[in-house]
Design a protein around this ligand. Sequence first.
Ligand SMILES: *Cc1c(COP(=O)(O)O)cnc(C)c1O
Length: 401
Amino acid sequence: MSKKTPTSTDLIHHPYEAPPGFQSVMPGVHKASTVIFKDTAALRARQWKDKTGYTYGLHGTPTTFILEERLAELEGGLQTALAPSGLSAISLVDMALLKSGDEVLIPDNAYGPNKDFASAELAAWGITHQFYDPLRADLLPALITERTKLIWLEAAGSVTLEFPDLLGLLRVVRQHSYIKVALDNTWGAGLAFSAFELDPGDGLPKGVDISVHALTKYPSGGADVLMGSVVTRDEALHLLIKLTHMRLGLGVGGNDAEAVLRGLPSLALRYNAHDDATRQIAQWLIQRREFAKVLHPALPDSPGHAYWKETCVAAGGLVSVVFDERFSVAQIDAFVDALKLFKIGYSWGGPMSLAVPYKLSHMRALGSSIKGNLVRFAIGLERVEDLIADLDQALASLSAG
Ligand SMILES: *Cc1c(COP(=O)(O)O)cnc(C)c1O
């Protein structure tokens, strides 16, 4: 009896095809570096810039195309480029839009690595930046010159959660048609407000030009994937970004795209649950005597609350507290260490609640009305009573100590 030993050729050229007539709730996971062309004519006619065909894994697969379409729909845009992290989506926008001699304006409370990219990388390429106060649209005109080619918006501000004067800022920038407006929309997730519909009035163009989203956070929802998106609704702008995307060689894997696709159907449910729980916890936190300030855009005392009210229907899952100055950094760290359900770690949007202590004095170039030692909480999907009990017991250890 001899059994035919399969050769490596047989093992590679197996007769696999997706079964016709098969349908499922979730799209298939296609993984490809190589994409196979039918013949040389198809290869020579390849066109990667639009979605009429598949050319190479970096330029997309059926799985990433579906994710791109869904994200464009979520954000109210038309086109999407996917990047391997939220931060690489931010740097992609900078690299696509800025040249030596240009200047970019960044809110002083932006996601820190966005500011670092400008200070370190962009500066080295002769691209300058200025940080601006996102609550003071009246101060913005003085910063704008003919070199200003891009302005970043971010709502709410990173860590301190001030809500920017989005409409006021747009009213200023839209006076200058050569300035592109990019929003870091990670907190709003396409659900708290509609980035492309923000209406500055006065007959000015509506919305931002670019919405960037760290899919790592709410869309994935699992605390287990890194990915970012750049959504536009202008074909020429998308192509500009897509060409830079191609030259940088940015791509995402099929399994990661699937993980985000899997999160999207429950995104709104989860976002609302994070939002509800966070509002309840914020209400509990403002009763406590340990804090000088509770920062959450839906609280009337939180900076930019009026701007939040003007544009938003939800408030996300983040809340920060500034400790009363009688508490030392060591005491605050002990409080964070005493938390049991809240784990210590970066990022947010996943099922588990997280706490991170920050020292504000290192973070703001322009200074801030919010001073002192802060802890940011990302509220997960645990029962609210359990989270409050956890905060309560950790605060008890603070006063005992
Ligand atoms: C997390 C985050 C990013 C970066 O996302 P990564 O996927 O971690 O690189 C960008 N902007 C904001 C506002 C974020 O919270």
